[in-house]
Design a protein around this ligand. Structure first.
Ligand code: ATP
Ligand code: MG
Length: 497
């Protein structure tokens, strides 16, 4: 086995956090190597060091047996290393082609050859099976399309090592298949891939070996074939987790939400209800209209027709502010775009929608606010030196938890969770599920949008299946299986086509 990459005894401290302690990682030629660990374990930090975006305090890197100093992204590129960031790194107002070739534009006689650049970009994107117009500004692309642009960018430098930091978090099942196909292609060309994901199924499918980090320390490296799901989880969290889905069932109470005939755009005639004490899961393939439906309930979009009833009272909410006042909250899937202000502190983010509650006399407010935020931080196990650090300094999963803290503080009654555990590690997922139980116990109702069928089956009481903008089925979680859900979702899609 030829060694492509060796990182030895890498350490890195941030103010208040030892992010990495003597971590080592080896990669063979053509190997797909998983890097796993809980939120804040140090995965992204290790990758940023490899990509020259951060400097290690100590440690060595060898590529192809030669020691290299990677002190800038340019040096990383020269060394044949490319990193696809967890939080994308694209320039929003440039188009896809310009982003792919940023800083390396094909030039002739001092002029950028735009047509050539677009052609190359098209080739790369088509090769990925991505439907992205190279001329489209990146800000107009969906999260999944932006991901494709990132991957195309990495491929364009002919890297020997490509690190992918949670590449699948925003992809549809179909795009995932493409990505795996592509990784197999890279592998056969001898390219080595570092693959970070919280979805263990993916790791068992695509990776050869895995390395576990916990609290910045190297726990071990194993061939994937020698590990089970349970043993990986145990290494990651340092203890056994017996029930991944700690679902508690409550007697359903009063009907909190009912929608009748909700219609807007391609979403047509959606009707269902959610009662106190229950989790209704809205599932289906990505693009089925689930998020669009949620946005109408939250009054982020106005229905063209149809009605929303809260506790049997017909309401016509004009905007999310009114929805929040009526006890509705929406936890969005795109934490960077909608949920979180990265430049703001954890505390400020957490109390953003509820600031009125903390705003009597200034100092009372702050003490009260600190206590409330502190309680959420420990309840959700948000890993940060204090509530006063910027959200941008948190690991991806911990950012997700801050968004959750915000809505916990809002005392909502109807919680709409849109992919609540995306990018969140197993231990923290379980915390979120326990919180759902707690919300139900307090009489809340939960509408959970999720594409992860084990989560839907594990945590829902009732399952609503959407396809092509319509509600195509409703079933009790008790009798449902992954197959029965997928059949509904796909069969009605084929009928529509
Ligand atoms: N710029 C920064 N400033 C201060 N602390 C940071 C910074 N970046 C990361 N950290 C801290 O370093 C630790 C490791 O973070 P890292 O992002 O590497 O975790 P991760 O394993 O990628 O987690 P996740 O699965 O949530 O993405 C965390 O405690 C994080 O808060
Ligand atoms: Mg990370």
């Amino acid at each position: 086995m030829t060694q492509t990459l060796r990182m030895t005894n890498i350490s890195k401290a941030y103010p208040g956090v030892q992010a990495l302690k003597n971590v080592s990682l080896e990669l063979a030629e053509g190997e797909v190597h998983a890097l796993v660990g809980e939120n804040g374990a140090g995965k992204s930090t290790l990758m940023k060091i490899l990509a020259g975006a951060e400097r290690a305090d100590s440690g060595e890197i060898e590529i192809g047996g030669e020691p290299v100093v990677i002190d800038s992204p340019l040096r990383a590129r020269e060394a044949g290393v490319s990193l696809i960031y967890q939080e994308f790194n694209l320039v929003p107002h440039l188009n896809a082609a310009e982003n792919i070739f940023l800083g390396r534009e094909p030039v002739r006689m001092g002029f950028v050859r735009f047509a050539e650049q677009r052609r190359l970009a098209s080739e790369l994107l088509d090769g990925l099976g991505a439907q992205v117009d190279p001329r489209a500004p990146v800000s107009s692309l969906s999260v999944a399309q932006q991901q494709m642009v990132e991957i195309a960018k990495a491929l364009s430098i002919n890297a020997r090592v490509i690190a992918m930091d949670e590449p699948s978090a925003a992809l549809t099942t179909h795009e995932m298949r493409n990505l795996f196909q592509l990784i197999r292609g890279l592998k056969s060309r001898g390219v080595s891939v570092i693959y970070i994901s919280h979805r263990l199924e993916e790791i068992f499918e695509i990776c050869d070996r895995l390395t576990v980090l916990r609290d910045g320390e190297w726990i071990g490296t194993w061939p994937v074939s020698e590990m089970s799901r349970e043993s990986v989880i145990e290494k990651m969290v340092g203890r056994k987790i017996t029930d991944e889905f700690p679902k508690e069932r409550f007697e359903p109470g009063e009907e909190l939400l009912r929608v009748e005939g909700l219609t807007r755009g391609f979403v047509k005639d959606v009707s269902f209800s959610v009662r106190r004490g229950e989790v209704a899961a809205l599932t289906g393939l990505v693009g089925a209209g689930r998020t669009e439906t949620a946005r109408m309930i939250f009054a982020a979009d106005r229905p063209e027709s149809g009605c929303v009833y809260l506790k049997d009272e017909r309401v016509s909410l004009r905007n999310p502010r009114e929805a929040i006042r009526r006890g509705i909250c929406l936890l969005t899937e795109d934490r960077k775009g909608q949920g979180l202000v990265l430049g703001m502190k954890i505390r400020e983010n957490a109390t953003l929608p509820t600031l009125e509650r903390f705003s009597n006399a200034l100092f009372i407010r702050r003490a009260h606010e600190n206590a409330a935020v502190g309680e959420q931080m420990s309840g959700l196990r948000i890993k940060a030196p204090s509530a006063e650090v910027a959200a941008s300094a948190l690991s991806g999963g911990n950012q997700q938890k801050v968004v959750l803290a915000k809505w916990m503080l809002a005392n909502a009654e109807l919680f709409i969770f849109d992919e609540p555990t995306r990018g969140v590690d197993v231990g923290a997922k379980r915390e979120i599920y326990l919180l759902m139980n707690e919300l139900l116990r307090r009489g809340a109702a939960i509408l959970m949008i999720s594409s992860e069928l084990p989560e839907v089956l594990g945590m829902a009481d009732r399952i609503l299946v959407m396809s092509e903008g319509r509600l195509v089925g409703e079933m009790n979680a008790a009798g449902a299986t992954q197959e029965s859900i997928m059949e509904l979702a796909v069969a009605s899609k084929n009928r529509a086509a």
